[in-house]
Design a protein around this ligand. Sequence first.
Ligand SMILES: C[S@@+](CC[C@H](N)C(=O)[O-])C[C@H]1O[C@@H](n2cnc3c(N)ncnc32)[C@H](O)[C@@H]1O
Length: 269
Amino acid sequence: MKRKTVFAFGRIRDSVKYRLKFAHFPYLAKALLRERAHTSEGLTILDVGCGPGNIAAFCGIPAGSKWFGVDLWENQLRQAADKGVYQNLFQVNLLDGLPFRDRSFDMVICNEVLMYLPNSQEVLGEFHRVLRPEGKVFVYNPISWFPEILAGLKNLVRKVHQEKDSIALDSQTGWKNSRRPCRINYYSFRSLIDEVSSARFQITEVTAFRLIRNRVRLLTRLENYRWYYRMTSYLARRFPFLACDIMVAGCKKEAAPAPARAIRQRAAA
Ligand SMILES: C[S@@+](CC[C@H](N)C(=O)[O-])C[C@H]1O[C@@H](n2cnc3c(N)ncnc32)[C@H](O)[C@@H]1O
C-alpha cells in the first residue's frame, strides 16, 4: 500500500507545499491576526517583492483588511493577481523606492527580498516611512555564519560565469530582459538584525524555523515526519543564531529605538 504523505503542517493548500521552508508562513498568519485584533478597522498590509503572492494566499485576508503587493517583474505580479487576495499590485523597482505616501500601511512584509537589493538600507528606510506609527515590519532572509566568504565566492562565480538570465542590480541595468534577481547581500544573524534596527525599527522578535537549507530530496522527505519537524523547529527557535534564515520583526516607534542588543529572542515554542 502506498504510504500516505503527512505534511508537517497537517494541511494542504494549493499555493505552496508545507515544509520547514514555509514554516514562517503560519507564524506570519498568526502575527496578522494578532495585529488585526488590536485595531477596530482592518489592516493595510504591504507585501514587498511579493513574487507569486504565496504569503498573502496562505494568510488570507483578515476581516476588513487589504493587501498591496509590489514586485519588479510582471510575470510575478500576474501570478500574484491570480491568487485573488491583493487589493492592488504595482510594478516597482525597489531601487527607486516605494510609490506610497508616508504612514500608509500597518504592516510591511519582506520575504526573501532584502538579499537582492544593493540599496537594502534605503529600502528599509522606505518601510519605515510608509508605515504608520506602531506599524510592524517583518523581514525574512537567509543568514549564514560566514557571510563574507559566501559573498566572495558568489562574486567569483559571477565573474567566471556571468549568468545571462539573472541580474545584479548594482552592475547591470537590463532588468526588463532578465528573469531572476541575483543575490547580493549576505547576512549573519547579527548583521541582519542590526540592519533592520539601524533603519529606526525597534526589534520586537527574532524567530528561526529551520537549521539547514534542505536541498537534498531524502532530507526533504524527513520533513514528513512530525518528530523531525518538531525537533528542527525546536532547535532553531532555541538557537536562532545557528539557523539558516530568520524572521526579524520590528516596530516603528516615534521615539528613539532600543539598541539592537536589547532584542528579545523568542523562547522555544
Ligand atoms: C525569492 S523571491 C520572494 C518572493 C515572495 N516574497 C515570496 O515570498 O514568495 C524575491 C522577489 O523579489 C523580487 N525583487 C527582486 N529585486 C527586486 C527589485 N529591485 N524591485 C522589486 N522587486 C524585486 C523578485 O522579482 C522576486 O519576486
